[in-house]
Design a binder for this molecule. Structure first.
Ligand code: FAD
Length: 408
């Protein structure tokens, strides 16, 4: 066999899982489709993911890079600004993190795993998988020259992100419960001089007319920002022109962004991605488990993607370790249920964001300090913290908080 564990994809889920498995003494090989560095969307991290990088002994390398510090989230709607400071959160643990150009961040994680002894084979696209032989999983990859190669291991972790390799090959895909949306985004030289702008926070702004349309402004440490807008599917088709011009035009419709970005240079072509919300029938099977986006992806609004990806790695690794040592593992309970618990919490807040209820909570002026701390915990990624009342029966909690507000 080529390894104890083959990992498909060297994104955050794959690299963190590989490094953690290596720390436990297993032979791990990563097969990655692209040559790194490569662009990826998803640049605002949440404090919860710092603990996973710490456990994987990768945080020092990430911290040394000097990425933009992040300590919270700011929201803007119709001239109203509000902020959440993640250091004032309810849950224990990290209250700060970074905002990262992903090409560099993912490269650091992958290089750290490789330096620890995990071979990464770049430009190997997985084409086929065979799990019919208990105890030996097989993959087939093709390289950039079209040469195919077979690989085998006791177990496969699919961390292929939006590639969703095993869900597609094994017919595990199932539609997301969330409405289809499209994002349009770029990197800009921001030239922001407004003295009341806090680079330590992601800015989420809401379109003045359409509350379902929202923007992100994610500052980096090099004077540039990631800027994007998320719209219902079909909305962007109504706008004609170059994608970068369309993005600038829509951004200028939001007063806070119009004020901040007045001198910005839109110097990079815009990209678009749609239909990204996805789900699977199950997150495991004989000889494999799905990590990160290869399993479920909800929505970008709370920047939860990388955190969920790393959480899935942190949950799966001890189970893989036990399985490799011949112990029995209850994958439905110990992996699927455990991971989905937090995903369901995020889902409740994502749904309430788009129907306007969570936006109302976020902009409430007279928020009680303890409620604000609990919300900060969710926004900081602590969706698995069962001590936080807002992670328990979240949909009901949202209603209960709204019921305390004066009628409009
Ligand atoms: P990825 O990072 O996608 O890595 C998967 C890897 O697998 C890639 O390197 C890919 O090349 C490789 N691969 C794919 N197919 C194959 C194949 N056939 N064979 C071999 N390798 C393959 N998340 C955040 O945390 N913060 C944000 O601010 C944020 N913003 C977002 C904005 C938008 C518009 C969207 C759509 C998502 C956003 N996300 C954000 C989510 C984030 O992009 C993902 O959740 C995160 O990258 C998932 O990590 P991963 O390791 O599961 O997969």
């Amino acid at each position: 066999m080529d390894a104890d564990v083959l990992i498909i994809g060297a994104g955050p889920a794959g690299s963190v899982a590989a490094k953690m498995l290596k720390q436990l003494g297993h032979r791990v090989v990563i097969l990655e489709k692209e040559q790194f560095p490569r662009f990826s969307i998803g640049e605002s991290l949440l404090p919860q993911c710092m603990a996973f990088m710490e456990d994987a002994d990768m945080l020092a390398a990430v911290t040394a890079e000097g990425f933009q510090f992040k300590n919270g989230a700011a929201f803007s709607r119709a001239g109203k600004l509000t902020e959440f400071d993640f250091t004032q959160k309810f849950s224990a643990g990290w209250g700060t993190t970074f905002q990262v150009p992903r090409a560099r961040f993912d490269q650091i994680l992958a290089d750290t795993a490789e330096a620890a002894g995990v071979p990464i084979h770049y430009q190997q696209t997985i084409l086929a998988a065979d799990f019919s032989n208990p105890g030996q999983a097989s993959l087939t990859s093709v390289d950039a020259k079209g040469v195919q190669k077979g690989w085998s291991a006791a177990m496969v972790l699919d961390a292929s992100g939006f590639g969703r390799v095993l869900p597609r090959l094994l017919d595990l895909e199932t539609p997301s419960s969330l409405s289809p949306r499209r994002a349009l985004f770029t990197h800009i030289e921001d030239r922001i001089t407004a003295t009341d702008y806090d680079r330590n926070k992601i800015l989420i702004a809401i379109h003045p007319q359409f509350h379902e349309i929202w923007y992100w402004l994610i500052p980096f440490s090099n004077g540039r920002c990631s800027l994007g807008v998320v719209t219902p599917a079909g909305f962007l088709d109504q706008r004609s022109g170059e994608p970068l011009e369309v993005l600038r035009e829509i951004a200028m419709e939001e007063p806070r962004l119009a004020e901040l970005l007045v001198d910005s240079r839109f110097d990079t072509p815009a990209n678009t991605i749609g239909g990204y919300s996805a789900n699977v029938k199950q997150l495991y099977g004989q000889g494999f488990a799905l990590l990160g986006n290869a399993g479920e992806f909800l929505d970008p609004v709370f920047s939860s993607g990388v955190t969920i990806a790393m959480k899935s790695a942190a949950l799966a690794v001890p189970l893989v370790d036990r399985q490799l040592r011949g112990e029995s593992v209850d994958w439905p309970v110990e992996y699927e249920q455990a991971l989905r618990k937090g995903i369901e919490v995020f889902r409740a807040y994502v749904e309430a964001w788009y129907d306007g209820r969570f936006q109302k909570i976020i902009f409430e002026e007279h928020q009680l300090a303890n409620i604000k701390a609990m919300i900060s915990s969710i926004l900081a990624g602590y969706a698995w913290d069962e001590k936080n009342p807002m992670t328990q029966r979240s949909a009901n909690k949202i209603e209960a908080i709204l019921a305390t507000y004066p009628a409009d």
